[in-house]
Design a protein around this ligand. Structure first.
Ligand SMILES: Cc1cc2nc3c(=O)[nH]c(=O)nc-3n(C[C@H](O)[C@H](O)[C@H](O)COP(=O)(O)OP(=O)(O)OC[C@H]3O[C@@H](n4cnc5c(N)ncnc54)[C@H](O)[C@@H]3O)c2cc1C
Length: 355
């Protein structure tokens, strides 16, 4: 059995660690933080992400039992440049604050036999040179710390009296792609999200955030916190919620590692999963599913291979089969959305799909 260091214990690292430990490997799960730890996110866990978790013995009931805050949703309101689409899904998805969600996955990895070690690994090549004799494989799961940033996100939690949350929005997540948040010149899009994440008798907790392309953000040269505060006040939906807000948390700014045309899933004999490999969808910002799934496929590749070269070949095959084509299609869609003529064609298609 192999000795493996997985650096980063977010969804991708914990998933990798879990599937390796379950197969009898000796896994050291290294993270600079102790768990539970927060992670700025929209907190949207799609149905396919929950399905990927069933391989770790986690399903809806398990999540609902362990999560002190959650919100189930099975439809979305997506507004593309003021054209609103309401989509219903056959499966339920869930929103859970990442402080809670990531800890559930992390605990599963520990239960499976991973040994947690708290340490900051800033230079992973140096780490590999220092510990090459101790580990057969090294996995980089350090999220955006290792991935390439191309979008900047900002998130805040608001609470509202439940009776003031319009019924129209129940069971919905909302995403607004707005002209003002993108740039045709740069071929970039930006969006506002409003996701319900928790509910008690009186109050609804919502996660409100903005994603801006890095290029657009740099061109604006603006202070993101101030921009967010001004934008939500004038937004036609967020502004109305804001009128009724009871509490607001401190805003958290965090970069996203959306996909690139030529993603690298290993480099210098170090394997990458999740955001470290830039596996986040460039249109929706969804990265949790691919983080969990890439951990599963890398573990499969290690389990079925006899040496590091075969792991590379097998992991590359899984990547091409399960991720590459979809991610590249999304990159093309992202470009189309920023160009008015192509955008109208794409929206026509989306409109047809949502009927
Ligand atoms: C603002 C925002 C909103 C998002 N919204 C959504 C959403 O609603 N739904 C969705 O599916 N995805 C969303 N995403 C994407 C999602 O958060 C990521 O795709 C997902 O967290 C990737 O998981 P990961 O395990 O690869 O990385 P992470 O979750 O970032 O985990 C990385 C881990 O590595 C550790 N680490 C980092 N550096 C070091 C170091 N030097 N040494 C040791 N450990 C280190 C960190 O402490 C962390 O625990 C969003 C992202 C952002 C930024």
């Amino acid at each position: 059995m192999a000795k493996i260091a997985v650096v980063g214990a977010g969804p991708s690292g914990s998933s990798t660690g879990y599937h390796l430990a379950k197969n009898g490997h000796h896994v050291t799960l290294i993270d600079k933080e102790s768990f539970p730890r927060d992670k700025a996110c929209g907190d949207g866990i799609t149905a396919k992400a929950v399905r990927a978790l069933t391989k770790m013995g986690i399903d809806y009931e398990y999540l609902k039992k362990l999560a002190s805050e959650y919100y189930l949703w099975n439809s979305s309101i997506i507004s593309y440049y003021s054209q609103e689409y309401h989509q219903e899904y056959s499966d339920w998805s869930i929103c859970i604050p990442r402080y809670i969600f990531d800890n559930i996955i992390y605990e599963k990895a520990i239960e499976a036999g991973c040994i947690h070690h708290q340490q900051s690994v800033n230079n992973i090549s140096q780490f590999r040179s220092n510990f090459n004799h101790e580990f057969d494989y090294i996995v980089d799961a350090r999220g955006i710390f290792a991935g390439e940033c191309n979008v900047i996100g900002i998130r805040e939690y608001w609470t509202l009296p439940i009776e003031l949350f319009p019924h129209y929005y129940h069971s919905n997540i909302q995403v607004y792609l707005e002209q003002e948040l993108g740039s045709q010149e740069l071929g970039s899009n930006g969006y506002l999200w409003i996701f319900p994440v928790g509910l008690n008798d009186k109050l609804l907790k919502i996660n409100v955030g903005l994603g801006l392309s890095l290029k657009d953000y740099e061109r604006r040269g603006t202070n993101l916190i101030r921009f967010f505060d001004e934008f939500v006040v004038r937004h036609h939906v967020a502004g109305k919620f804001l009128d009724n807000v009871v509490t607001r948390t401190r805003k958290k700014v965090y970069p996203l590692a959306t996909t690139k045309w030529n993603n690298k899933i290993y480099e210098n004999n170090i394997f990458k999963v999740g955001d470290a490999a830039n596996l986040t969808d460039p249109v929706t910002g969804e990265g949790i599913h691919n983080a969990i799934a890439s951990g599963f496929y890398l573990a499969q590749a290690i389990n079925m291979s006899e040496d590091i070269e075969s792991v590379k070949i097998n992991y590359q095959k899984f990547y091409q089969k399960y991720f590459q084509k979809k991610l590249r299609t999304r990159l093309l869609q992202e470009k189309m959305l920023s160009l008015p003529v192509l955008r109208n064609f794409l929206l026509y298609k989306i409109g047809k799909l949502s009927k």
